[in-house]
Design a protein around this ligand. Structure first.
Ligand SMILES: NC(=O)C1=CN([C@@H]2O[C@H](COP(=O)(O)OP(=O)(O)OC[C@H]3O[C@@H](n4cnc5c(N)ncnc54)[C@H](OP(=O)(O)O)[C@@H]3O)[C@@H](O)[C@H]2O)[C@@H](O)CC1
Ligand SMILES: Nc1ncnc2c1ncn2[C@@H]1O[C@H](COP(=O)(O)OP(=O)(O)O)[C@@H](O)[C@H]1O
Ligand SMILES: [Mg+2]
Length: 285
């Protein structure tokens, strides 16, 4: 049996740094979020709120044009580009991190976006693949953007079943690691397999488990928010395993604090709490 390492609060102090005075937004990373079809605009907005509140320096969102007003009404800090705009392809190489998938859908436009990403992404970039992006790659493995320097998959158990072919009841650590290795080939890849106890698998064979979080978080959009937080953390703190673990832990910690006196946890509440929580851990440095 593979050993599991429990993610602990220490990871937050280790990863979240006090900001230095002589810095600017460019020092905290450029992130592009791609998703939000006509029906799923909320998903990309929640991912954007995750990235923004986690501290990403500059945020761009490529989505269906129907989502523009809602996006800017919620988050005027985010830049917008129509996902059908040809200029999107030239924006991709300028980014540190790309999050693709929340509310993306699986239609032809979504496929075209993955093909474009596959072509344009470079080895100095991190790509977070979530939700529909994972489903599309499950249908056609050729869509996987293999040139990315670091690939982070953030499926829930059914999305992982679709991608790996491993049925939920057979998703053991060993089987998941083997599948990740097979999938990633020569890429640096991490699997964040979401559940009530999310597991994080590094391709080097280490397995981490997040034992906090609560059923109040079983609300549509909680995973979209996590994808944004992971992206926002990578943008600021770099693409290393600790960064991902800290993002997973902080997301659940915020959920637990809200759950103390709320029956359910709205994903947007998690995002709202992040800057205050991050300040607390940065001050411990
Ligand atoms: N506001 C918005 O715009 C939102 C938009 N969203 C967007 O919707 C798109 C579709 O994504 P999706 O996750 O909703 O659907 P899908 O991939 O079919 O998964 C559901 C199926 O899997 C099963 N299941 C088994 N285990 C599971 C587990 N641990 N966690 C979860 N499910 C589990 C589950 O079983 P059941 O519920 O039937 O028991 C069911 O059969 C995607 O683009 C996403 O970003 C959402 O983010 C929500 C907010
Ligand atoms: N019972 C639970 N206990 C702890 N965390 C949960 C629970 N249910 C859901 N979550 C968390 O909520 C998120 C759900 O992700 P996902 O299914 O992708 O949601 P969505 O696509 O609706 O945003 C994951 O981070 C998962 O760990
Ligand atoms: Mg999801």
């Amino acid at each position: 049996m593979t050993d599991e390492i429990t993610i602990s609060e220490d990871i937050l102090k280790k990863v979240i740094k006090l900001r230095k005075s002589n810095t600017h937004k460019g020092n905290y990373g450029r992130i592009l979020l791609i998703g939000g079809s006509e029906n799923y605009g909320g998903a990309i907005i929640m991912a954007t709120e995750g990235a923004l509140n986690a501290g990403a320096g500059l945020i761009a969102v490529a989505t269906h044009s129907i989502n523009l007003t809602a996006l800017h009404a919620r988050d005027p800090e985010a830049m917008y580009i129509d996902w059908k705009d040809n200029k999107l392809a030239s924006l991709v190489p300028q980014m540190d991190v790309i999050v693709c998938g929340p509310g993306l859908g699986t239609g032809d436009q979504a496929k075209r976006l993955l093909v474009m990403l596959k072509e344009k992404i470079t080895p100095d970039q991190t790509l977070v693949l979530d939700a529909s992006a994972i489903d599309l790659i499950s249908e056609d493995k050729n869509l996987l953007p293999v040139k990315a320097g670091h690939l982070i998959f953030t499926p829930h158990q059914m999305e992982w079943q679709r991608l790996s072919g491993i049925r939920i009841e057979f998703q053991t650590d060993q089987a998941n690691l083997t599948a990740l290795h097979h999938l990633a080939q020569n890429n640096n890849a991490t699997l964040v397999l979401k559940s009530n106890h999310t597991h994080v698998y590094s391709e080097y064979g280490t397995v981490y488990v997040n034992r906090i979080g609560n059923p109040g978080m079983a609300t549509g959009g909680t995973g979209d928010t996590l994808a944004g937080i992971i992206g926002g953390f990578i943008a600021q703190f770099g693409p290393n395993p600790d960064t991902i673990l800290a993002a997973v832990y902080l997301h659940s910690l915020a959920g637990d604090l809200i759950y103390q006196d709320h029956y359910l946890v709205k994903p947007t509440q998690i995002s709202s709490l992040l800057p205050k929580l991050m300040k607390k851990y940065a001050d411990l440095n």
